[in-house]
Design a binder for this molecule. Structure first.
Ligand SMILES: *[C@@H]1O[C@H](CO)[C@@H](O)[C@H](O)[C@H]1NC(C)=O
Ligand SMILES: *[C@@H]1O[C@H](CO)[C@@H](O)[C@H](O)[C@H]1NC(C)=O
Ligand SMILES: *[C@@H]1O[C@H](CO)[C@@H](O)[C@H](O)[C@H]1NC(C)=O
Ligand SMILES: *[C@@H]1O[C@H](CO)[C@@H](O)[C@H](O)[C@H]1NC(C)=O
Ligand SMILES: *[C@@H]1O[C@H](CO)[C@@H](O)[C@H](O)[C@H]1NC(C)=O
Ligand SMILES: *[C@@H]1O[C@H](CO)[C@@H](O)[C@H](O)[C@H]1NC(C)=O
Length: 937
């Protein structure tokens, strides 16, 4: 049960650091999701047996069980399905494969299959109340089996009369292997157009044309449809096609939705989409980028067999109307395949993101930005903003679930507020805000986030969605992806005059632009002689007073934009101080510092506009020995990182730092190095946000980074238990600590001491399963502390164990006695009772006689009220005349003197009461003698 709860809980999204998830809403269902669609006022979800109508914030409005009664009548072969919630005798199911809000008609079209024979059934429901049935009919619309591999959507066809008719387009998964018989006798083609109302010829749901023909597009290939939509008069359909013996192709079909059903279907033209995976790559999910002159479309392609390795590609899929219709190699409307088929090859415009396990995508357009929301098969939601030049900015993780909860292919945007996404999982739908603007506290953080959804709302001094800002004065990011919101250049003009030019990269209203000033200050000198020309948005110019200072100078620039102040700090450096072997990286450093790159060296800029592209053309003159990395140890760490990792390789002498890059992080982390021998060096592996593989390279002074070694970041170690959880105060008790990922632990510490302990790991074979660390406890401070917290040290973190270590006084051994049994001697050691629960193995004992030591094997322990007796055995000694015993526990050694005769007898008496020890032992006679001797006293 607990395990089950764990599973149920695991799908709850875990807030990503820095985000406020109070707005995050979810709805769960016990059965698997079949269809999710979002209308203007409600969200509709069809699961295996239920249909739900939810409000946009995912509260339940109506739900109904999609089951009915099988009515066996005159036609025993014909299954009939009625939806009648009043009758309990439900014995047939209705599985929904098509769920379409028909907004123009205020209805929800729901089609699927019923009963065991999976015969078609369609219902038309009231869009505002799914309990109101408008119409139903036994008819096949959409696939007969699962809905995966098939798509359906509404298509508007413009008639010659100027009138527009709406049809349901269904594109049904096709399998060459047609062994599964169709017991319901449908004659649907692969792609069909069905009526949506009674007035269309053939009446509602019919797929015949005016002429009575049943037009459709067919194929002989195995076809899986992935996506489809209509933009203006063009219909786009995407599929994976395997024909003949060929591997998979990703196919696009264009249809012109004009004049009639059959003309629309006959207008078929197509293209093949190419990806880096080449032959065999598959389309997993897609989204059109809405708006714009060109039709841009993004697709998640798997580029390997397993489908793990995925890429998000952007294509221009504007229809090519110049080509002849109906000449496609895979799809055709005529009875026979066309002769001389031909197909166009489309190449992607750009690879937007390479990331494993992408499973879903949704694109939106905002101003000149495109924003892609990407769901992954391991339960993450990633956001990627891309500017009009297709330059992506840093991807962000919007949502992360623990456990591998696959995000299903169709993410949907709230059509009303356009600020929330509906993220479908197997048993849950989450409503997630597209941005968390409010987490940015100041204007700089707000705009540096490069989030096209967020603006700085001047009147409220907060970062918010544009339409949440009541005042008119707003600052937002420009059309282009920029690393910084303010940049600078150090300029020397022809007269030798030095200038600093400040440029802001923002979007603001015209009237605020007139209220623009810059104030330059340094700690010492008056920096600017004058500002000329006068500040003019987006630029201001400071003409320097003095000759350029010999040293670096910190300058503070206060930029006033309307009623907002932006403070920028910059370092003024002499551009010629950036010198060295010309390289791409040196050039970049030069440009970033505000200087200009001319004739392969860095100098004062001569132009106010920085040209980021100038460095791209540099020839790499490499006359040094390139560093190489052989290994990083350890190569598996927890997400807290690792101190003192060792990097070994060759030519490491000039390495200044180690850089750590993750796929999703365009802000790589860097660590300084020390103990650099040229062949190995030490550095800290930094903490990261998510688990996964990172790439490590080494940086040279010119900022070039070399090598590409992987380090795996795993989850953090967890301590669950310590056995025993107590120690004697003198310390060195051997204890076992159990937990997970304990192989990533660097040290163990106790709260009462700075002393580190030495430990060994017992790793079990299975990764991630429980492991054990064995170590010896440190001594109690001044022999006094009574309990001490135990910590696992991982990089700079100390992770506390749930259990504390309790310290008790050291064991007290009071006396001993020895008894010989012929073959061996037994030694009985008296000890005060305590809470240590010492195990036999924790004690070592020797009997001492004539200054010789005889190891005594500890055999058993007997607990009394106030004392304990420890019994050990010396093999091959027939005497009991030991004068001392030596006892060792932890690092303590104790010497004990022989016991008096009285105690010896008492002991023997007790011994009688332990049959197993006695059984093999000495003559009872002797014992009786001793007993009577005692009684006499
Ligand atoms: C999260 O946002 C809500 C409302 O937007 C606010 O009331 C709450 O204080 C925020 N919580 C945190 C931790 O920022
Ligand atoms: C999630 O599903 C479980 C099981 O159906 C249910 O008990 C629980 O109340 C649901 N939680 C929410 C927030 O809907
Ligand atoms: C389904 O229910 C109807 C009416 O109650 C009944 O006549 C029919 O035999 C049932 N069919 C099955 C398969 O149980
Ligand atoms: C909606 O469709 C139904 C069924 O075809 C039809 O009877 C009704 O007139 C339509 N209503 C509107 C508003 O189009
Ligand atoms: C679709 O039609 C609208 C309105 O006529 C037009 O602005 C838009 O550019 C068209 N889109 C495409 C992709 O042709
Ligand atoms: C310029 O900004 C100041 C506040 O910094 C404001 O008082 C003034 O009205 C603004 N002028 C214009 C023309 O917007």
């Amino acid at each position: 049960m607990i395990f089950l709860l764990g599973l149920l809980c695991s799908i709850w999204g875990e807030p990503v650091r820095g985000f406020n998830f109070t707005e995050d809403l979810r709805f769960n269902f016990t059965e698997d999701l079949r269809q999710l669609t979002v209308g203007n006022s409600s969200v509709y979800i069809a699961t295996e047996e239920n249909l739900y109508q939810l409000s946009h914030d995912l509260t339940l409005i109506y739900s109904l069980t999609q089951r009915g009664i099988l009515k066996s009548g005159d036609q025993p072969d014909k299954e009939e399905f009625y939806r009648d919630p009043m009758k309990k005798a439900w014995n047939t199911t209705f599985r929904v494969n098509v769920l379409l809000p028909f907004v123009k008609n205020d209805t929800l079209i729901s089609c699927g299959v019923t009963g065991n024979k999976l015969c078609g059934f369609c219902e038309v429901l009231d869009l505002e109340n799914i309990n109101k049935l408008v119409y139903s009919e036994h008819i096949q619309v959409g696939p007969q089996r699962s809905s995966s591999g098939s798509v359906s959507f509404l298509v508007d066809v413009k008639k010659n009369s100027g009138q527009t008719e709406t049809y349901i387009l269904t594109a049904i998964k096709n399998h060459r292997d047609k062994t599964e018989e169709d017991r319901c006798g449908t004659d649907l083609k692969t792609i069909n157009l069905h009526n949506t109302n009674q007035n269309q010829s053939g009446e509602i749901f019919s797929w015949s044309d005016q002429s009575g023909d049943k037009p459709g597009i067919q194929t002989e290939a195995d076809v899986d449809f992935v996506d489809g939509f209509q933009i203006n008069s063009t219909v786009y359909l995407f599929s994976n096609v395997a024909s003949g013996g060929e591997t998979n192709k990703v196919r696009l079909i264009w249809l012109q939705a004009e004049t009639s059903k059959s003309d629309t279907l006959k207008s078929l033209r197509g293209a093949t989409l190419s990806s880096s995976g080449g032959e065999g790559s598959r389309l997993l999910a897609s989204s059109v980028v809405p708006g714009g002159q060109q039709v841009l479309w993004s697709g998640v392609f798997s580029v390997d067999e397993g489908g793990e390795n995925t890429e998000l590609l952007l294509f221009d899929i504007s229809p090519d109307l110049s080509r002849e219709m109906n000449k496609d190699p895979d799809f055709y409307t005529s009875v026979n395949k066309p002769n001389n088929p031909s197909v166009r090859l489309l190449n992607p415009k750009v690879v937007l993101l390479k990331q494993n396990l992408m499973s879903s995508v949704l694109a939106v357009r905002l101003n000149n930005w495109m924003v892609f929301f990407i769901g992954t098969a391991d339960g993450q939601l990633i956001k990627l903003s891309v500017d009009r030049k297709y330059q992506p900015s840093c991807p962000q993780i919007l949502l992360r679930t623990s456990g591998d909860n696959k995000v299903f292919p169709k993410l949907q945007l709230d059509p009303v507020d356009q600020k929330h996404l509906y993220v479908p999982f197997k048993n849950q739908v989450q409503r997630v805000p597209v941005s968390n603007c409010r987490t940015y506290q100041n204007v700089k953080d707000c705009l540096s986030a490069q989030d096209p959804f967020c603006v700085w709302c001047v009147s409220e001094k907060s970062c918010s969605f544009k339409d949440d800002c009541r005042g008119s004065e707003r600052l937002s990011i420009p059309d282009e992806s920029k690393q910084e919101i303010v940049s600078h250049r150090f300029l020397k003009d022809s007269t030798g005059e030095m200038k600093i030019i400040i440029q802001s990269h923002l979007t603001i209203e015209k009237k605020v632009q007139s209220n623009f000033t810059c104030d330059f200050s340094t700690t010492s000198t008056q920096l600017c002689k004058k500002q000329e020309p006068k500040p003019q948005y987006p630029q201001c110019t400071c003409i320097l007073n003095d000759p350029f200072p010999p040293d670096e100078l910190d300058v503070t620039i206060k930029i006033k934009l309307g009623s907002t102040d932006l403070i920028e700090q910059l370092k003024m450096i002499n551009c010629s101080s950036i010198h060295g072997q010309p390289s791409f990286h040196l050039c970049q450093r030069c440009i970033r510092a505000g200087c200009g790159w001319r004739q392969n060296s860095c100098s004062w800029a001569s132009d106010a506009v920085s040209d980021d592209g100038v460095c791209a053309n540099i020839e790499f003159g490499m006359n040094f020995s390139e560093p190489e990395i052989f290994s990083v140890s350890p190569s598996v760490v927890s997400f807290y990182g690792r101190n003192q990792a060792v990097l070994s390789g060759r030519n490491l002498r000039d390495v200044t730092r180690v850089r750590i890059k993750t796929d999703l992080d365009c802000d790589p982390k860097e660590s300084p190095v020390w103990n650099n021998s040229g062949f190995s060096l030490l550095f800290h592996l930094p903490e990261v946000e998510t688990t996964g593989v990172v790439k490590v390279c080494v940086l040279l002074p010119d900022e070039s980074c070399h090598g590409n070694v992987e380090v795996v970041y795993l989850s953090s170690p967890v301590c669950t238990n310590i056995v025993p959880s107590s120690s004697w105060r003198s310390g060195n008790r051997r204890v076992s600590l159990t937990g997970t990922h304990l192989d990533l632990v660097e040290g163990i510490a106790h709260s009462h001491t700075t002393q580190e302990v030495v430990f060994t790991t017992n790793s079990s074979c299975q990764p991630n399963s429980f492991q054990t660390l064995v170590y010896e406890t440190p001594a109690a401070e001044n022999g006094r502390s009574s309990s001490s917290a135990v910590f696992l040290k991982v990089a700079n973190r100390s992770l506390e164990c749930p259990e504390k270590m309790t310290y008790y006084p050291d064991p007290e051994f009071t006396s001993f006695t020895a008894v010989s049994t012929g073959q061996k001697s037994l030694i009985f050691i008296q000890k005060k009772a305590d809470d240590l629960e010492m195990a036999l193995a924790e004690l070592s004992v020797w009997g001492i006689k004539d200054e010789k030591q005889y190891p005594c094997i500890v055999k058993s322990k007997e607990n009394g009220d106030k004392t304990e007796t420890i019994i050990c055995e010396i093999q091959g000694s027939q005497n009991d005349d030991f004068t001392h015993v030596k006892i060792n526990y932890g690092k303590e050694t104790i010497n004990l003197q022989i016991l008096s005769l009285f105690h010896k007898v008492l002991l023997i008496l007790r011994l009688v009461l332990i049959p197993c020890v006695v059984a093999e032992l000495f003559e009872l006679y002797l014992l009786r003698m001793s007993l009577s001797e005692l009684n006499d006293k």
